[in-house]
Ligand binder design. Sequence first.
Ligand code: PLP
Length: 381
Amino acid sequence: MQIPAPLVPPKRLLMGPGPSEVAPSVLRAMSAPTLGHLDPDFLRVMDEIADMLRVVFGTENRLTMPMSGTGSAGMETLFVNLLQPGARALVGVNGVFGTRMAEVARRCGAEVVTVEAEWGQVFSPEDFAAAAQGQRFDVMALVHAETSTGAAQPLDGMRAVADACGALLLADCVTSLGGMPVELDRYGVDAAYSGTQKCLSCPPGLAPVSFSARAEEIMAQRAAPAQSWYLDLGLIAKYWGGERAYHHTAPINQLYGLHEALRLALEEGLEARYARHQQQGAALAAGLEALGLSLWVEPEHRLAQLTSVRLPEGFDDARGRRFLLEEFGIEVGGGLGPMAGKVWRIGLMGHGCTRPNVELCLRGIEAALAEQGVTASHPAS
Ligand SMILES: *Cc1c(COP(=O)(O)O)cnc(C)c1O
């Protein structure tokens, strides 16, 4: 074969559902010399990462660390460790990621009852209570920020429903962590997972997870070990905890990146960071409506960091996205499932969530509409 030329990726502005823009200092941190996974200096990096994750997750949970793998590995970690064959799971499905959680739970041998809502809608605690029908469940799971639709799921009142059916409360925080308050302890969430490439603005590859003491107790009582050796928390906790026992080689440089990304988030201040997302999310929404476009999610349930905007009649989705990429260097996401071909998903996550990016994106979309001769005239919602 002919040896390929060295890699020179083009410059893009990542404004889709992830991966998101990465801060230059995160990329620099990742290019630092690789240490051994038991090097005392690296062990200190691990401890600092765990401490910073607790702050961002809003928890005192001892068992808090990043798993090796993307957000879906975090999802799988929760279910393989907390469910055993024959267990029962109550899962909220209102988008791609609720659907995926239900599938992962089924593959763990659990009996899954789903609570369904239209894509873009959110659940009330009463929806979960009605679906539970007074039965008992081992886990109750929902998606905090549904990236496939742009809906923000309130966590208020969910703990009480989980208690009523004897379940641990699980939350997908992949797109919420670092972009909006997560506060696991305040809402009584027993286990949560995230990913690095959404609002933490790291390259993909790590999945922060956190487990309450109660979740740890449940895991300790398992009759049989988790069917996944790689994701077995009992084993991994020995490396991240006191014993530092080798399990698998930690992705060292990936962890350097997370360390820097978390540091940047805390340096900015979480409140300021969440306010920045709110502000720019609102500016994008207003700008899209000013272009005559309408948004998929009702104002009170919109995520600031992910906006689903309806494509106007006669607009060619693929051609529009190609135009935006080629002419403006901007990547946005298309719709999934029932929303395929109907929306674009625009991400304002972490480092990329800035006023200039909002302005550029709006100009790009305006030009994409003009290029196809499409005029949008939806009434502002
Ligand atoms: C992106 C995402 C995932 C999956 O993460 P991967 O990194 O793609 O594996 C899960 N849940 C939500 C809400 C997401 O946005």
